[in-house]
Design a protein around this ligand. Structure first.
Ligand code: AGP
Length: 609
């Protein structure tokens, strides 16, 4: 996620802005920039780490007491200097965090009016729109308001006008933006840490708000109606470190709670419910390409491999093309049988996992078509694959993958519907039903978090366990594997995920009163059989922690502990059922006092074999 900061006051703006951007580095970024409005707009941008921008400013300082700054997490356009923010067009400079859904239409409209673009970003559209209106003789606030009426999507923006040295104008729609209230100075920022060293008095803007910031303070209005509105000033009690985690104790917990937004952002602009269509042109396949395919091979590691196992179900059900899912570290060394009729799909949060990158290149060397689902724009796997569908999870700081996992499954869901529609193996009605279920998932994920607010009590009951078994069937087998991985990698309690149907072929020997079994059993195709497995475990005095529908009183009665989720469909069940398993692992680890965000021996990205 990008980071924004703006300042207007009596102090040198550049220092405050760079310091604020430094406190937003945890949000992840690949370039940064500053614009100072001081008898002209003076722009400085740099790719890579913030120190590159700071070095440039040390060499040639920018003076002035009014400015905006940005750290960019690339979503549209590669991490390059021309794509870095702020974007200056005519009189205005703009920084933006979010995604403009109708950017293609707006860009071609502006180009047809003679506007020329200097970047690949969607953000530059704001600069052109606001400058065009401003040139027509409006105030900056009116020009920004007009732009918000044209743009659809998620945005937090801060805007400067060279001819207006006493204002910063901001607007907020779905992306976070706060104001900071000082003495003779006013701030805006994506998040509290950026301004906490200057003021603890903040205003949380609401979606649909815009504000004019001056040295004397700020005024807020609704950009739809223009009506003025009051927002409370809140005094923040957090420490600076706590503020980076949004008040959560660990990044992992923050990222578990970010999943609803991350899934929304990954779906945004890619689905038409009316048409039953998915728009992911960036994946670049035509119906003719797909008709050539005989097989799809998914390659990944760890949690991403679990997402691939879910993706297999989606893709086979939607396209009837056989799908194989392989550990990248195994695939690359087994002399794999792939050719021009094989699509190899790499899944990776970091886009830098050595085994996955090497496996992808090996498959391409053998003639396979490559594609990837990746979270980091411009990463090695993204570049090697060529055809990429980006998850918009924002940077994932916690080593244990959570929002990357659910957005990977979301991306695979979209790909399966898209390929099914292209091949004609999914009709409009089927696609509409699948997509209607998908767009409900963000709300269901939030509900699952609410329903498990007391999961810590369940965790406490099993704190002494030294081993646990996780069981699931069908689309929930990968969720059992993922739940087990979450537990072992952050709490260091041994856990093993298994297909529930396999229990009698060995694992049942593990069942005793000290070994809890976590079983994923929401209502769905494998519900009855999974309930039988649960009863077989209970009959052997094995403690059972069941994940099931919130209204399933029968299942709740069979289990020793119950983790409720809202009702789901077969395809959406994995996305929702994993939530309580993430929370269970988190609270067990927290009760054990392990280093949850950086578990022992683990790295966020395994860039070596
Ligand atoms: C999962 O919680 C771990 N962080 C790990 O298994 C991870 O999924 C694996 O290393 C793959 O990483 P990638 O998605 O960045 O390729």
């Amino acid at each position: 996620m990008c980071g924004i900061i703006g300042y207007i006051g009596e102090q040198e703006a550049a220092d405050i802005i760079v310091d604020g951007l430094r406190r937003l580095e945890y949000r992840g970024y690949d370039s940064a920039g500053v614009a100072i409005n001081n008898d002209g707009i003076h722009l400085r941008r740099a790719v890579g780490k913030l120190r590159n921008l700071a070095k440039s400013l040390d060499a040639e300082p920018l003076n002035g007491t009014l400015g905006i700054g940005h750290t960019r997490w690339a979503t549209h356009g590669r991490p390059t200097e021309p794509n870095a923010h702020p974007h200056v067009v005519g009189r205005v400079a703009v920084v933006h965090n979010g995604i403009i859904e109708n950017h293609l239409a707006l860009r071609s409209q502006l180009e047809s009016e003679g506007h020329t673009f200097s970047s690949e970003t969607d953000t530059e559209i704001f600069s052109h729109l606001i400058d065009r209106t401003l040139q027509g003789g409006t105030t900056l606030a009116e020009a920004v308001r007009a732009a918000t009426q044209a743009v659809h999507g998620a945005y937090a923006i801060a805007v400067l006008d060279v001819e207006n040295p006493d204002e910063v104008v901001v607007a907020k729609q779905q992306s976070p933006l706060i104001l900071g209230v000082g003495q003779g100075e006013t701030f805006c920022a994506s998040d509290i840490p950026a301004i906490l060293s200057h003021t603890r008095d903040v205003v949380f803007l609401e979606d649909g708000d815009m504000a004019v910031l001056t040295r004397a303070g700020f005024t807020i209005s609704r950009f739809e109606s223009g009506e003025p509105v009051e927002r409370a000033v809140t005094r923040v009690q957090w420490s600076a470190v706590a503020a980076e985690k949004g008040g959560y104790k660990h990044f992992m917990l923050k990222e578990i709670h970010e999943q609803s937004r991350a899934i929304t952002d990954t779906i945004r602009g890619r689905v038409s419910l009316e048409q039953g269509e998915v728009f992911i042109e960036e994946l670049g396949f035509t119906a003719e390409d797909l008709k050539e395919l005989r097989r799809i091979v998914i390659i990944a590691c760890g949690t991403s491999w679990h997402a691939g196992l879910v993706g297999k179900h989606y893709l086979e059900q939607a396209t009837r093309i056989p799908v194989e899912v392989d550990l990248a570290s195994e695939f690359r060394y087994r002399d794999p049988i792939v050719d021009a009729h094989t699509l190899v799909l790499a899944i990776s949060q970091s886009g830098e996992t050595a085994d996955t990158l090497a496996a992808l290149k090996e498959a391409q060397r053998r003639g396979a078509r490559g594609a990837a689902v990746v979270n980091v724009i411009g990463s090695s796997i993204a570049r090697a694959a060529g055809n990429v569908l980006y998850t918009h999870a924002g940077p994932e700081i916690g080593v244990a993958s959570t929002k990357a996992f659910t957005t990977q499954m979301t991306a695979l869901y979209l790909i399966a519907v898209r390929l099914g529609r292209l091949l004609g193996t999914l009709d409009t009605t089927q696609a509409r039903e699948l997509l209607a279920a998908l767009v409900e998932v963000p709300g269901e994920v939030s509900r699952a978090i609410e329903l498990n607010a007391d999961v810590r009590e369940t965790a406490y009951r099993y704190l002494e366990a030294t081993s646990a078994l996780y069981l699931g069937r069908g689309l929930l087998h990968p969720i059992a594997l993922e739940g087990a991985l979450k537990l072992k990698e952050i709490s260091y309690i041994h856990a093993e995920g298994y297909a529930a149907g396999e229990m009698k072929h060995g694992p049942i020997a593990l069942i005793d009163e000290h070994t809890p079994t976590v079983i994923a059993a929401p209502r769905g195709p494998s519900y009855e059989k999974t309930c039988s497995n649960l009863q077989e475990i209970a009959a052997r005095h094995g403690p059972v922690i069941a994940v099931g529908d919130e209204d399933d009183t029968d299942l709740r009665g069979l289990a020793d502990a119950y983790l409720p989720v809202p009702p789901t469909t077969p395809w959406t069940a994995p996305l929702v059922t994993v939530i309580p398993l993430q929370l269970l692992a988190y609270h067990l680890a927290d009760l054990k006092g392990t280093d949850i965000d950086q578990p022992r021996n683990l790295a966020k990205s395994v860039t070596v074999e």
